[in-house]
Design a protein around this ligand. Structure first.
Ligand code: ASP
Length: 247
């Protein structure tokens, strides 16, 4: 193989694997560790959304909500966003599922403000990005999942009441959209603030770019560009069933 993508349940396993091979290894998620390609597509999405909204990443307010202990996408995202300047991170998680202290401390050491909020009501005021995550049940051992103490469900009522008109709502997917879940509800699917479908779409060009750079062909792409034989749908969501001829 010219490159290898490794997705593995053990933290640190991909880095260990990479030491033993001579081709580029891409970390596609290592347990509760990191998910760097997701972070890159998340940043790409934020930059595109902000360009549309006339905002900058420097100084932005990003709220991360849910299982911040096992959610590797937020581990990589807080590190990547910390390369910018003057951000405020609001971390909203129940006490047993908080962001690892070393990641929050590293963001603070990089000059960012890190706040912890106990409820959505306190944490979601004036946020530019609301990044919701899934409760990573498969990674839990001792935590009292059944007595999950706080309610972090993100739905239309809450976003309308607590967020701004230009807050973007993101999620790495998959989400648990079942009624009553502590996750991102589906009733925002038609709301333009919901960026999750644009976010998943961004995964394609960003991962193409990662391959191109790692294989050293990024300067040769322009020479082989051609028009795509397909068109991008104007929007994707549950309401798009007719577009996909499913309705
Ligand atoms: N798809 C993401 C991951 O691989 C997020 C998730 O599974 O909740 O970590």
């Amino acid at each position: 193989a010219d490159a290898i993508v490794v997705r593995h349940p053990d933290q640190g396993s991909v880095a260990r694997f990479a030491k033993g091979v001579h081709v580029p290894v891409i970390n596609g998620g290592d347990g509760v560790g990191e998910h760097p390609t997701q972070a890159l597509l998340d940043l790409y999405t934020i930059r595109r959304e902000f360009a549309r909204l006339g905002k900058k990443v420097d100084g932005a307010h990003v709220a991360m909500v849910g299982d911040l202990k096992h959610g590797r996408t937020v581990h990589s995202l807080i590190r990547l966003l910390s390369l910018y300047k003057g951000l405020t991170f609001t971390l909203l998680a129940p006490p047993s599922l908080e962001m690892p202290a070393e990641l929050a401390e590293a963001a603070e050491a990089g000059g960012h403000r890190v706040r912890r909020a106990a409820s959505l009501k306190d944490g979601l005021k004036k946020v530019d990005v609301l990044y919701a995550t899934r409760i990573q049940k498969e990674r839990m051992s001792g935590e009292a999942l059944e007595t999950y103490p706080l309610d972090f469900r993100i739905d239309k009522k809450r976003v309308d009441a607590l967020c701004q008109k230009d807050t973007i709502v993101m999620h790495p997917l998959p989400r648990d959209g079942t009624p009553g879940s502590n996750d991102l509800a589906t009733d925002l699917d038609d709301d333009p603030r919901l960026a999750i479908f644009r976010q998943t779409d961004a995964g394609i060009p960003v991962r193409m770019a990662i391959f191109a750079v790692l294989l050293g062909v990024e300067n040769r792409i322009a020479a082989s560009l051609k028009d795509a034989a397909w068109i991008s749908p104007p929007r994707i969501g549950t309401g798009d069933a007719p577009f996909h001829r499913l309705a």
